[in-house]
Structure formats: C-alpha cells, structure tokens
Design a protein around this ligand. Structure first.
Ligand code: GRF
Length: 196
C-alpha cells in the first residue's frame, strides 16, 4: 500500500503533532511524516521534528516579506517533497486560497470547539474556551475538518464532545479538550486516508 506523505504545519507546542506521530508508529499506519512547516523555527513542534529527523521548513513574513513569494516558496517545497496531505496542528497563519487550490480536500485542521460554534478569525487557543464559558455552554469539544478559504468553515470530518463543568476555567477546559484532540485527530486522518 502506498504510504501517505504528510506535511504537518505548526506554530506552538506541537502536542497534536507528537501524538499523531506516536500513534501512527504504534498502530503501524501507512503514513510518512515528511516535513514540519512553521513560522516559528524555535517552537516545540519544530524541535520535535528535528529530534525525530523529520525535515523542517521555516517560512515566515521575515523570511518571505512578500506574501506571493511566501506562497510560491511553500507550494514549490511541498510539491518537491511530493506531499499528499497537509495537517494543520496549531498553525497560526491563514492558509491561502492558492494553497487550498493546490490541495483540495487535502488539508485538515483541528479546532478546540464544536464547530461551527466558536470558530472564526480571532478564536484560537484560550480565547475559544473563554468564549465557550462566557456563553454558558454546557458542552464543548474538538473538531477535525477540511480547510477551505475561510476560518474553521470547511466540511467536518470528526467531532467529539466534552462536558463544560460549572467549575471550569478556560485552562481546565482547554486541558480536557486537548485530550479529545489527541484522540480524534488520528482517527480523522485514518478516516480520510484509509476508509474513503
Ligand atoms: C490545539 O488546541 C489545536 O486545536 C489548535 O491549536 C492547539 C495546538 O496545540 N488549533 P498543540 O501545538 O498541538 O499542542
């Protein structure tokens, strides 16, 4: 079976990336983690990639001040590396329409809420959980979806709920949702690549 060549885009700690990598290894899934792309060369995800001998690409508005050049460089590297699928895991830059066009239904993202609720521009990290708690929601969760040209609006692949407790802080809710993220991202990836 052909192995799916993956690019993981991250800007932060990279816990989703690490779990995806470990679970794929444990379950002997036909995935190859080819490259980690980041706008932050020192983030946890990039460090992890270097430790594992996974290729890294650092692209930012500093390395490429012209957005068109940024896009061209990114797309040409991904095609050079023959990437099949892109996984966004805490990547803080907006995906451009050009990239979506190159990878139709081949870019996945994970978001820490029950989309379409609490998604969109400016809703990331703890801000999502603050908004959920302020709105008095009884449940929240995590969503894996395809990426389209807007923030957090693409077709949903998998979603799992968690209860919001009266005593929850944004931090405690984030911690529980992150556990769910770690469980469903690999399931969504398997669903997209193996069962369709
Ligand atoms: C996760 O909560 C993910 O849903 C969001 O960014 C966070 C990334 O965390 N898009 P990590 O870098 O995978 O630990």
């Amino acid at each position: 079976m052909k192995r799916t060549r993956l690019a993981v885009f991250c800007s932060g700690a990279g816990s989703n990336f690490k779990v995806l990598f470990q679970k794929a290894k444990e379950k002997k899934l036909p995935f190859e983690f080819i490259v980690c792309v980041s706008n932050n060369s020192q983030c946890g995800a990039m460090q992890f990639a270097r430790e594992q001998g996974i290729h890294t690409i650092h692209l930012s508005s500093k390395t490429h001040p012209d957005p068109k050049e940024f896009n061209r460089a990114l797309i040409s590297k991904l095609s050079e590396l023959q990437i099949d699928l892109i996984l966004l895991a805490g990547y803080m830059k907006k995906i451009t329409p050009e990239l979506v066009k190159e990878f139709p239904k081949r870019i996945l993202n994970i978001h820490p809420s029950l989309l379409p609720k609490f998604g969109g521009e400016g809703l990331y990290g703890l801000k999502v959980h603050e908004a959920v708690i302020s709105a008095g929601e009884k449940e929240s969760g995590a969503t894996v979806h395809f990426v389209d040209n807007d923030y957090d609006t693409g077709e949903i692949i998998l979603q799992e709920k968690v209860n919001v407790e009266l005593t929850d802080t944004p931090e405690s809710l984030a911690e529980r949702v992150l556990k769910v993220e770690h469980r469903i991202y690999i399931q969504a990836l398997e669903k997209v690549t193996l069962h369709q």
